[in-house]
Each structure stands twice: as C-alpha cells, then as structure tokens.
Ligand binder design. Structure first.
Ligand code: HEC
Length: 244
C-alpha cells in the first residue's frame, strides 16, 4: 500500500492533522507493515486449517505438529503470498515485527503441544481462531501493537468490536464496499497517534460447519452457529499500530 491509499482511508480533516504531525511517510510504512502482519496471521490460520484433521485425530498421540514444523509451513505460506522469505530475514524494523509475530504464533503452538498430542480425544478446541487470538495477545505483549479478530456477532468476549471496529465492520458489510479492500485510518489512541487497519474476511465452505446454518444450532465447539453464507462477510482482522 502507498501513502495515497492511506490518505483515502483518512476522513476529511484528519488528513490535515496527519500531515501536521509530520509523519505521513511513517504512516505509509506502518500501513504496509500492517498489511504484511495481516498476511502472516492469515498464513498461520491456513496452516492450522490444513492440519485440523491431523490435530483432531483421536487415534494418534504425537502428531509431529511441532512449533518448528508449524513455523516452516507458515513461512512457506507467507512467502507464496508475499515473496518475502522470513527464513532469510533482512534487518529492517518491518521484518523485526514480522519475526516477533512469527515467534508469538510458534510459542502458542509450543504451549499447546500437550493438547495437540493428546491421544483418545478428537476435537481439542485448537482451531485457527483460537490460535489467532492467543497469537495476537502474545504479539501485543511483545510489541504494543494490538492485533485481534473481530466480528459483529463475536463468540469470544475479547473479540468484541470497539466503536471504530463496529463502524468499519458495517462499512465492510455494505454491498457497495469493494470486496477484500483493507481500511486504514490515522487515529489517536490513548493520546498518541496510531494507525488503525482492518482487513475483511469472507466465509469459505470450511467455515460453515461452525459458523453456517441453521442459525442457533450448536457446532462442534458448543457455540451457536451464526448462519453465515459462503462468500459473505466473516469478520475482520484488526490492528492498532502506534506511529512514532
Ligand atoms: C471448528 C469450528 C470453527 C470453524 C471451522 C471456524 N470457526 Fe471461526 N470461530 C470458532 C470459535 C470457537 C471462535 C471463538 C474463538 C475464540 O475463542 O477466540 C471463532 C471465532 C472467529 C472469529 C473472531 C470473532 C468471534 O466470533 O469471536 C472470526 C473472525 C472467525 N471465527 C472467522 C472464521 C472464518 C473466516 C472461518 C473459516 C475460514 C472460521 N471462522 C472457521 C469456530 C470455528
């Protein structure tokens, strides 16, 4: 993303204050970093999805789904999407943040090995959304950047959208909003400039077993299905990045 597309996300009047802060270049950098962080989380969620059958296999103890294996797959997925190879990192501050996110995700897989490798139990609750939430929390502790999954009809209380997120989720749900387009805006959070970035997600078939129809029926996790339809808005990844 370039500075122009950041500017497009900035409400009238706000652009002036961004420029007055004298850090538009930084804001553009943060926006690009934000987009890559989103892609790295998405890559990790896909890796969990692709290994869900293995993770849920009650007949197996050791799944071989180690933090190292997970990390290797996440790096490969991320490289497919971005051409950035995190196994050969450059020393940039952007890469440093991506590596911290990678580390956070790996730690979550490490801490859940006991669960993943439990024999005799099929569904263990280790799913992409849970991995994403725990990874986001860890990443926040490491960096001060807030990263969360959110949705209007959220399941986990901590995923509840705040005012800004509610507004943008409504925008994403509007039929006229360009599909897949991230929304960025410079804001002030706790008295400090911060870039907010949200990336919409859309339901694929694999989501519907839990989030699909019929509304209200319990899914495998014990939660009530929301009645999503394939291709419909399925929440968003939301970032709050302090801008120096
Ligand atoms: C195995 C059932 C299951 C599947 C399949 C599933 N989810 Fe979820 N999803 C959940 C659960 C359970 C939560 C709450 C996770 C937590 O504790 O943070 C959740 C949370 C979410 C959230 C965060 C907001 C909230 O409700 O708390 C989003 C966004 C989300 N899912 C999107 C998706 C998408 C997109 C797919 C398909 C790619 C998908 N989910 C597939 C069970 C599932």
């Amino acid at each position: 993303m370039n500075w122009q597309s950041v500017a497009r996300g900035v409400g009238s009047g706000l652009l002036a204050s961004v420029l007055a802060m004298g850090s538009p270049v930084h804001a553009a950098n943060e926006a690009e970093t934000g987009e890559l962080l989103v892609k790295l989380v998405q890559a990790g969620r896909v890796v969990v999805t692709e290994n869900q059958v293995l993770i849920n296999d009650a007949s197996k103890g050791d799944k071989g789904f180690t933090p190292q294996v997970f990390e290797g797959k996440q790096i490969a997925k991320f490289k497919e999407k971005t051409n950035i190879d995190l196994s050969k990192p450059d020393g940039s501050s952007q890469t440093r943040l991506l590596l911290l996110l990678l580390e956070a995700g790996k730690e979550v897989v490490e801490e859940n090995q006991f669960k993943i490798n439990k024999q005799g139990i099929g569904f263990k609750g280790f799913i992409p959304a849970v991995w994403g939430r725990l990874t986001g929390e860890k990443f926040g502790h490491k960096t001060g950047i807030r990263l969360k999954l959110t949705n209007m009809d959220y399941r986990y209380p901590g995923n509840k959208p705040d005012e800004f997120e509610t507004e943008v989720l409504k925008l994403f749900a509007d039929a006229n909003y360009p599909k897949g387009k991230e929304y960025t805006r410079m804001t002030v959070v706790n008295g400090k400039p911060a870039l907010r970035l949200m990336a919409p997600e859309y339901a694929v078939k694999g989501c519907l077993g839990c989030h699909g129809e019929p509304v209200g029926e319990r899914d495998i996790t014990g939660n009530k299905k929301e009645g999503w339809k394939e291709g419909g808005l399925a929440g968003a990844i939301s970032l709050v990045i302090p801008v120096k």
